[in-house]
Design a protein around this ligand. Structure first.
Ligand code: DUC
Ligand code: ZN
Ligand code: ZN
Length: 478
């Protein structure tokens, strides 16, 4: 028998901490040796001159998630994970979303049925808690956390999803007691509703007014409030999809006061602006409707700075796949639907890694090590998947990307593998793209998608170390 199933030779390995030249020996889907001159493999790949990073962990994606408003997500676990693999991502964490009135358990079981047998790469689940009844808080949530669903999202906006401050406090308390990571969608719901009503009453309903209805202030206020609520409970939180300066300032304030507040941002806040939603009243801008909305060039720069200076832990895609054409995507409420009825979210699971490598690393804005931390290692730590995922280390899964660089390619939707009919980044020029992606040692991308649906496994998550409260429980009154 050979010592290894696979050797990736002469790799310029980059981890969140280091960069070094070595061979990577893989057996049974895991990295079992890092060294020079490894011998004895069934298969060898020469990576000479090429950077090899851990496969990406996209810890914020929406796949086949029921929406309840007539729109349908175009990507299921098969197309979504195939697209992820083609873009260098080897683990995704989508959301099992509780509908109000539904048990959390039922939401999880339903989501497993959607995933079973379809995924091409490994996946875990976050929960979305929308109905924190006594049974959910006292029984279901603790049980599910113990079973490996150790992170959940809370919305502060959207009528069908949002919790009020009291409910947030109760839910945060459970996270604290059970050691789960809480993700918060921070936008002030009442401010948005008030602004939306006034805009629509004035006849300002085109996609571009989506940005007007959700100014930075509403994100800043909710971010501030989320931090205050978490401080009161003494529990770490992660603010998702942070769009610009004012929210980053809140996170930075919290971090500089010793609070465990983590931040996530996404490609749309680096590469899109409010102008992407249109400069006239055409519906085309619906392609870029997402929340919070993209801001302006000044805010883009502050987001870049935050990626560089450690304000952000995670760079995820927030892939929310709604088609532009057809009756059940962006147009589910008609061609002339007001912005407030357009499905929220944009695709990006396949483009996330290459956008950040091209525009971040290769343009000298972030280091290769920061890239790895932001796209893989930190997510693994924050969501209880480390060290199985997120690194190139002995014992870790052989989830690897070999990069092609010095390219000059035009990004088009035709080259992507999602089931969405557009990319918001159409026409951008990229200088890098994954040449090969390996997931647990099996090649899932070599310029063409490889691997069978169902090869991806569900990953129960450990209680994340970064979710630990700062004080002992006995220091808080019961
Ligand atoms: N929040 C998300 O996380 N994704 C899509 C839409 C939204 O509001
Ligand atoms: Zn959100
Ligand atoms: Zn999302």
């Amino acid at each position: 028998m050979q010592a290894f199933d696979l050797i990736i030779r002469n790799a310029n390995v980059v981890t969140a901490a280091d960069g070094f030249l070595c061979d990577i020996g893989v057996r049974d889907g895991r990295i079992v040796a890092l060294g020079l001159g490894l011998q004895g493999a069934a298969e060898e790949v020469d990576a000479r001159g090429r950077t090899v990073t851990p496969g990406g962990i996209d810890s914020h994606v929406h796949l086949d998630q029921p929406t309840g408003d007539g729109s349908v997500m175009a990507d299921d676990f098969e197309s979504g994970t195939r697209s992820a693999a083609c873009g260098g991502t080897t683990t995704v964490i989508p959301f099992a979303c509780q509908q109000k009135g539904q048990s959390l358990r039922a939401a999880v079981e339903d989501y497993h049925r959607r995933a079973d047998g379809r995924a091409l790469i490994d996946y875990a689940f976050h929960l979305i808690v929308t109905d924190p009844t006594e049974d959910v808080l006292c029984r279901e949530l603790p049980e599910l956390i113990a079973e490996g669903y150790t992170s959940f999202k809370i919305y502060m906006t959207y009528d069908a999803l949002k919790l009020n401050d009291r409910e947030i406090l109760e839910t945060l308390s459970v996270a604290r007691a059970e050691g789960a990571m809480v993700m918060l969608h921070a936008e002030n719901s009442d401010c948005i509703a008030w602004l939306t009503e006034r805009l629509l009453a004035a006849g300002l309903s085109a996609p571009r007014y989506h940005a007007t209805s959700r100014p930075m202030l509403v994100e800043r206020e909710a971010t501030h409030r989320a931090i205050a609520l978490a401080e009161l409970v003494d529990v770490p939180i992660l603010i998702v999809h942070v769009s610009g300066r004012e929210a980053i300032e809140q996170i930075h304030w919290a971090q500089s006061h010793g609070l465990k507040v983590y931040g996530e941002t996404c490609p749309q806040y680096l590469f899109l602006t409010a102008d992407s939603l249109g400069c006239d009243d055409s519906f085309e801008g619906a392609k870029c409707i997402c929340s919070p909305p993209p801001r302006d060039a000044g805010n883009q720069q502050v987001v870049w700075d935050g990626l560089q200076n450690g304000s952000f832990e995670v760079f995820s895609s927030d892939h929310a796949p709604f088609r532009y054409g057809g009756p059940d995507g962006k147009r589910a409420h008609g061609e002339t639907a007001p912005f407030s009825e357009v499905a929220n979210g944009i695709p990006g699971v396949e483009t996330r890694m290459a956008l950040l490598w091209s525009e971040g690393v290769r343009k000298g804005r972030i280091t290769p090590q920061a890239f790895v931390a932001l796209t893989a290692t930190n997510a693994a730590r924050l969501y209880g998947l480390y060290p199985r995922k997120g690194s190139i280390a002995i014992g870790s899964d052989a989830d690897l990307v070999i990069w092609d660089e010095d390219l000059d390619i035009e990004l088009t939707n035709e080259m992507l593998h999602h089931n969405v009919d557009y990319t918001p980044y159409e026409g951008m020029r990229l200088s890098a793209w994954p040449a090969m992606t390996f997931a647990r040692g099996e090649q899932v991308w070599d310029g063409s998608p490889l691997g069978e649906p169902g090869r991806g496994e569900f990953l129960p998550c450990a209680r994340p170390e970064p979710a630990k409260a700062r004080r002992r429980a006995s220091e808080l009154p019961e």
